[in-house]
Write a protein that binds this ligand. Structure first.
Ligand code: R5P
Length: 297
C-alpha cells in the first residue's frame, strides 16, 4: 500500500500514517504555473499497489480541492481504479442546506465531482453533518474521534455537553463511551450578522468537569458562549473536545477570555507550530490507520 499525501495533509499526520500503516510514499512532482494554476505528476508505478490519498481541505480550501481532483485524475490516468481517500477535514460542509433563499448547498456543489472517480473508499473525521454523504451521493466512512481524544489527553470528564442540537450525536457518543450524562444547549445564530445567542437552562453541572464536544471551532463564538454558560451554572472545569480547530489570532483572544481551561483538538489540519499551552493537539494517525486496516481485512 502506498501513501500519496497532498499539500493539505499535515506533516505530523503523514509521518504517523506512514509509521502505523507501514506505507511508503508515492513519488510526485507538484508545482504552480506562473498564472497560479496547479500541476501534479505522479512518478511512481501505482497500478499494482493500492494508493491512499490524503488531503485535508484547510487552509485555502479551494486550491486544496483542485489539487485533490488533479491527483485523482492523474491516478486514474495511470490505470489505478481503487484509490482510497482520507480527507480528515472536509471544508464547505457547514453549508449543508439552504439556510437563506438564494444560497447554494455548498457541500453538494464542491463534492459532487468526487463521484466521477473510481474511489474505493472515503474516510473522514467528524463530518459536520451525518447527512452529507447522502447529499453528495457517496459512501463516506465518518470517524468520531472524541473518545480517542479524551483518552489520549488523559483528562477526567463528569459531564458531556453539545453546544447546539447539531452536535448532540457527538455528545451522546462520547458520553456513552465514558458512561457519563450528557445534554445540549439551544444555540441561535443570526444567519446575516453571525451573532450567537444561547438559551440558558439548568444542566446539573455544578462542581463538574464538563467536556464541550463539537466538530469545528472557527470564530470561537460558539465555544465561548457555551463555556460562559457552564461557568454561570458553576461548572468546576470546562474542556473543549473539538476535532477541527480553524483558529486565528482573533479566535485565540475570544477563547482565552472565555475562561476555557483546555482545548483538545487533532492534527486533521496543519496547526501553527506555536500554540498556547491550553491547546493540545492529538495525533489521529493511529486511529485512521486502524480504520484503514480493519476495512481491508
Ligand atoms: C456549527 O454548527 C458547527 O458545528 C460549529 O459549532 C461552528 O462551526 C463553530 O463556529 P464558531 O467557532 O465560529 O462559532
Amino acid at each position: 500500500m502506498l501513501l500519496l499525501p497532498l499539500s493539505g495533509a499535515p506533516q505530523s499526520l503523514v509521518n504517523s500514517l506512514k509509521n502505523h500503516c507501514r506505507m511508503s510514499l508515492v513519488e510526485k512532482l507538484y508545482k504552480r504555473f506562473p498564472d497560479g494554476e496547479q500541476y501534479i505528476r505522479i512518478n511512481s508505478d501505482v497500478k499494482n499497489d493500492g494508493v491512499v490519498v490524503v488531503q485535508s481541505l484547510y487552509p485555502e480550501q479551494d486550491s486544496k480541492l483542485v489539487e485533490l481532483y488533479l491527483a485523482l485524475e492523474a491516478l486514474e490516468g495511470l490505470g489505478l481504479t481503487n484509490a482510497e481517500l482520507i480527507v480528515p477535514y472536509m471544508a464547505y460542509s457547514r453549508q449543508d442546506k439552504r439556510f437563506l433563499v438564494g444560497e447554494p448547498i455548498s457541500a453538494k456543489a464542491v463534492y459532487l465531482p468526487l463521484r466521477l472517480f473510481n474511489i474505493k473508499r472515503v474516510l473522514t473525521l467528524d463530518i459536520h453533518s451525518p447527512k452529507i454523504p447522502e447529499i453528495i451521493g457517496l459512501a463516506i466512512k465518518n470517524i468520531l474521534p472524541h473518545s480517542y481524544m479524551v483518552e489520549k489527553a488523559g483528562i477526567e470528564v463528569d459531564f458531556v455537553l453539545a453546544p447546539d442540537k447539531g452536535a448532540l450525536h457527538r455528545a451522546q457518543a462520547l458520553a456513552e463511551s465514558l458512561r457519563k450524562p450528557f445534554d445540549y444547549l439551544e444555540k441561535y445564530r443570526d444567519r446575516v450578522t453571525g451573532e450567537i445567542r444561547v438559551s440558558t437552562r439548568e444542566l446539573g453541572v455544578k462542581n463538574m468537569r464538563v467536556a464541550i464536544v463539537d466538530d469545528i471551532v472557527s470564530t470561537g463564538g460558539t465555544l465561548a458562549k457555551a463555556t460562559q454558560t457552564l461557568y454561570s451554572l458553576e461548572a468546576n472545569k470546562v474542556y473543549a473536545i473539538i476535532t477541527h480547530a480553524l483558529i486565528s489570532e482573533k479566535t485565540l483572544q475570544t477563547l482565552s477570555t472565555s475562561g476555557l481551561d483546555v482545548l483538545i483538538t487533532t492534527n486533521s489540519i496543519t496547526q501553527p507550530s506555536a500554540l498556547p499551552t491550553w491547546i493540545r493537539v492529538v495525533d489521529v494517525g493511529e486511529l485512521l490507520c486502524h480504520e484503514l486496516k480493519s476495512a481491508t481485512k
